[in-house]
Design a protein around this ligand. Structure first.
Ligand code: AMP
Length: 397
């Protein structure tokens, strides 16, 4: 069975085709600039063949048509026809309190995803466009599945997901913590239990997804009991360009000083803050680490702040779970930045964590602590596309 995994944004479409017999990626690609001048597709097959072209894509429908061409007719083709594909799995950012797991996309589910656009205006409307374009391109008979970034976090108790604001904002507007990166936290925590050869029901795991966006989740007995991202992916700790948690009065103070609108504030705190805002160098971790090595003090400060905040979040989740058996690092930074992992673990020696420097320097999936470390720390590469494909397969079977 082959599953087509789709991650659609308002002007972009990322995809992979995965053969579920062996869970191998057959091809992957990206359509960019959908709806604007200069739309293009970049497609690569598993054997390294590349198909790249600029072609008009006024809507997601034309983007899917380009993908069909790339997969079935281009020099980098991997299948003869889309009939070879069993189902389509969509990454959906916001499932609200409605979707507690992945689901087959029925007209009712599509309607709910559309209505949840109120909570994720930058994402859910784009997902809806993509789902409708898939129906147009592949027909309504081709099963489509929605896999939500939020559903893994739906097990949080109210004491973790409620905000201490007037209750009417929860009842009237559904303002609460939803979390994000759930597919990744679910994937790496399950994998962690597998590697430890233990039943996840008996484990307390803290998963740190550190990429451009960053979040940390407390997974107790296989269920999320708390997570750092909140109402939106802006909450938590500092990321490439996002603030993480901020004193609300700092926000109103700055807004008054500079006469800023809610849209201005959204832009500043989502796109101009975090590691970029403090360092003034870049949102890319590698650039900031390089600048700090050359003596840039603000770059060093940004790095110090981020690592300190990560350690504090981990500490708070040790408290929330009254213990921890394993900590997992994943995401572009979590998987690749050994110095960050070592420094964060350096804050946690009180837990009996001892990092093995040689193992920490290795690439790929590894346990990075010594055998006598009281808590095991792992690097586990995330694979959200595979997780989406697995859920899709399970539902259509
Ligand atoms: P992601 O959003 O998961 O793709 O992660 C992107 C982040 O990972 C960027 O800040 C990158 O600088 C960082 N990253 C990727 N590769 C490395 C690496 N080899 N060393 C340090 N950071 C890395």
């Amino acid at each position: 069975m082959k599953i087509f995994v789709v991650n659609a944004g308002s002007s972009s479409l990322k995809y992979q085709l995965i053969d579920m017999e062996n869970e191998q990626v057959l091809c992957k690609g990206l359509c960019e600039r959908i709806g604007v001048e200069g739309s293009c597709i970049s497609h690569k097959s598993a054997d390294g063949k590349v198909y790249e072209t600029e072609t008009p894509m006024p809507t997601h429908s034309e983007a899917f048509q380009s993908v069909v061409f790339a997969m079935t007719k281009s020099d980098a083709k991997v299948i003869d026809s889309f009939d070879d594909i069993s189902a389509i799995g969509h990454r959906i950012v916001q499932g609200g309190s409605i979707f507690k797991g992945s689901c087959i996309i029925t007209p009712e589910a599509l309607n709910d995803i559309e209505e949840l656009g109120a909570l994720a205006p930058l994402h859910n409307p784009a997902h809806v466009l993509a789902i409708k374009a898939c129906i147009e391109t592949f027909g309504s008979e081709k099963p489509q599945v929605a896999v939500f970034d939020t559903s893994f976090h739906q097990t949080m108790p109210a004491k973790a997901y409620m905000f201490p604001i007037p209750y009417k904002y929860f009842t009237d507007y559904k303002v609460r913590k939803y979390g994000a990166h759930g597919t990744s936290h679910n994937f790496v925590s399950s994998r962690c239990a597998e590697i430890m050869d233990k039943d996840i029901k008996d484990l307390k795991i803290i998963t740190c997804h550190l990429g451009n966006g960053c979040s940390i989740t407390a997974v107790k007995g296989g269920e999320c009991i708390d997570t750092s991202m909140g109402f939106t992916p802006l909450d938590g700790f500092m990321m490439g360009t996002r603030t993480g948690t901020l004193d609300p009065s700092a926000i109103t103070f700055i807004a008054e000083k500079e006469n800023l609108s809610p849209a201005d504030l959204n832009r500043i705190f989502n796109k101009e803050s975090g590691v970029l805002g403090v360092s003034g160098v870049s949102n890319d971790n590698r650039d900031v680490v390089a600048a700090a090595k050359e003596g840039n003090e603000r770059a060093q400060l940004a790095i110090d702040m981020q690592r300190y905040q990560i350690a504090k979040f981990i500490g708070s989740y040790v408290a929330a779970m009254n213990g921890v058996d394993a900590i997992v690092f994943t995401g572009g930074i979590g998987e690749n930045d050994a110095a960050l992992r070592a420094e964060v673990c350096g804050y946690l020696t009180y837990l009996g964590i001892t990092v093995d420097t040689d193992k920490n320097a290795l690439r790929g999936e590894n346990k990075i602590t010594t055998d006598d470390s009281r808590v095991s720390v792992y690097v586990i590469p995330t694979n959200e596309e595979l997780a989406i494909a697995r859920d899709t397969l399970a539902l259509v079977k």
